[in-house]
Design a protein. Structure first.
Length: 277
């Protein structure tokens, strides 16, 4: 978290000035201190939270959020279809301009890393890496299925012993899924499932399991279990990403900007084009 106190705020400056001593290092018009940094015009008290550009393009929804101090301060979303190649560039320009115009230094870029749409993931990760290269920022990868669970935990009543099963559509009766508990501990790793009545039975026999995401609804008839519950209209959105990104910053889990690639889960298979004649 960062708290900014402007020099014009005399009472705040006097309060935080009590932390400073005469032995501090003075150079380049600012004072460095273990508790705070005084610049010519602003004082910043540094905790663990940061300003993050959050990017999500793993499904048909394209979204970007600028978060600061664990709060959403700027968000753009497009729900009209897979327009990521057009919309994401616009959103990034607007988000960075917002941060720059408010004198908010960006610390990192978080991107949804998959599984999901091959094209969507490539667009999002490429844009995130470009921002990191251009501005010298840290890169954070947020698993898409873990991100999907955040709005469920925030907005729905879930039993203590319940499990969460986010699903991303992988065509036909196949989905990308994982299973988490309410603390987002991984109970079963991410994998591609061809869903039938036995796929999740061992978990359903033990207690309630909540299914959600754009691949969940089509599977409910096959799952057909009294402990299976469907939550509709859950999407992976950038505005739910920053708590997971902040956690990774606290744990110093950063990606190599040069070599990072999305988690596709399955290899991309190019289709043979049809003959025109």
């Amino acid at each position: 978290m960062q708290v900014s106190i402007y020099i014009s705020n005399n009472r705040a400056c006097k309060l935080f000035g009590t932390f400073l001593t005469k032995t501090e290092n003075l150079k380049n018009n600012f004072v460095e201190h273990p508790i705070c940094i005084i610049f010519a015009k602003v004082i910043r008290i540094h905790y663990n939270m940061s300003c993050i550009i959050n990017i999500e393009t793993s499904t048909n929804v394209c979204s970007l959020t600028v978060s600061q101090d664990d709060a959403d301060i700027f968000t753009r979303e497009d729900h009209t279809g897979p327009n990521h190649a057009v919309k994401l560039g616009e959103f990034v320009d607007e988000g960075l301009s917002f941060a720059d115009s408010h004198a908010i230094p960006v610390d990192a870029v978080a991107v949804s890393c998959g599984p999901g749409s091959y094209t969507g993931l490539r667009i999002g990760v490429s844009m995130a890496k470009g921002i990191c290269y251009g501005r010298g920022l840290k890169l954070i990868a947020v698993p898409t299925l873990e991100l999907l669970a955040v709005p469920v935990l925030l907005h729905h009543e879930i039993e203590e012993n319940a499990l969460l099963c986010p699903m991303i559509d992988a065509r036909r009766m196949e989905v990308y899924s994982a299973i988490y508990d309410r603390k987002l501990n991984e109970v079963r790793k991410v994998q591609a499932d061809v869903v039938d009545a036995e796929t999740y039975k061992e978990y359903l026999d033990k207690g309630p399991v909540y299914f959600f995401g754009n691949g969940a609804k089509k599977c409910m008839e096959e799952i057909n279990h009294p402990n299976a519950h469907l939550i509709e209209d859950i999407e992976p959105l950038s505005k739910f990403m920053y708590p997971l990104a902040e956690k990774r910053i606290a744990q110093e889990e950063y990606e190599d900007v040069a070599y990072f690639v999305p988690f596709y889960l399955k290899d991309f298979v190019a289709k043979t084009p049809r003959k025109l004649l």
